[in-house]
Design a protein around this ligand. Sequence first.
Ligand code: P6P
Length: 377
Amino acid sequence: LPKQLKKKALTTFPRYLEIECWKRPELRGLEPVLQAVAEACKQINRIVQRAQTDDVYGVAVDSTGKPLEENVQGEVQQKLDVLCNTIMMQAFCGSSCNIHSVASEEEDEPRCCADVMVRFSQMCNACSSWNLTCYSLHDGKNDSVFGQGEYIAVFDPIDGSKNIDASLPVGSIFGIYRTQPGKPVNAESFLQDGNSLVAAGYCLYSATTILVLTLGSGVDGFTLDPDVSRFLHTHQDIRVPSNGAIYSFNEANYNDFDEPVQKYLSALKHGSSSIKKRSTARYIGSMVADVHNVLINGGIYGYPRTLGNKEGKLRLLYESAPMAMIMEQAGGAGSTGSRRILDVKPKETHQRVPTFLGSIENVFELDQFYKYYSDEQ
Ligand code: P6P
């Protein structure tokens, strides 16, 4: 390669995990799980890159061609959602109970959705006979517990999948909890607040594909080198700037926002005695992309409550809490406007929560608006 293209000698993701788990023996059990997640993200990356040329568009159907059931939002499942959900399920199941031995008899990547449905049902059967807990919380109408295990995985395998139609960035989000020793695993096991997360991460499929991970002591980023299909440690100890210019809201909903949010956004645009004028409105409509932009450049991302979504649109368990852990671990903050996102104990697995994530000063400012205007009322 010409000198200017010479690649830096970077640590691979497996090597990073090996060292972190050697340093912190309590994480040893996580190593195979996170290795499998990284492999799943590579598979999803390939599928996302080929979504427009392969048969992964449109409505998911079973092997008889019948559309699948609607998800919890009442939306018909898209092929891409089902495909990526299956891959992530396989990663979590396989890393704790060799599920790959069941599903890997299939081709590495299913060619069409009917294959996926066959594999998915096989995997569910296999999991039920393996020692593993795995819940598919991604919009799954009938969430299924597959067994018992040390960890609990919550994930959104392809958040913002509709953006793929316009070749926009999308992402996978995951969080990992421990099961509570001595307690049977059931739906209750998932209702842990974000402070109990042992790991959280996301993979952004964009101009580059980057896996961002926290194990509870800082945040690191791993960029996929497509030439060798390896995640390389490109971002050591990511720190979100304490204050930033970006504000990332869907302002089409401005008239539905709470007054504190409206006043805060207005202050950002015009400046005020206490708020510095911000110059950079950015909104892609893909949470992982918008949050990553704020993590790297500083600022605030928000999805407040609206008339259509009384508690906001984002899911606490597998969107807001993992992202809040990452943001806090990078020196930022994650708030509902009135409390830390990580302190919110879920009452049900698909609970939504108003979500503000970003630089510590930006999120603090927003909370002060809530405090001032709520005290006024
Ligand atoms: P709106 C994608 O559907 C998603 O869940 C997040 O990725 C994204 O931030 C948000 O919804 C976008 O929602 O209402 O602005 O289109």
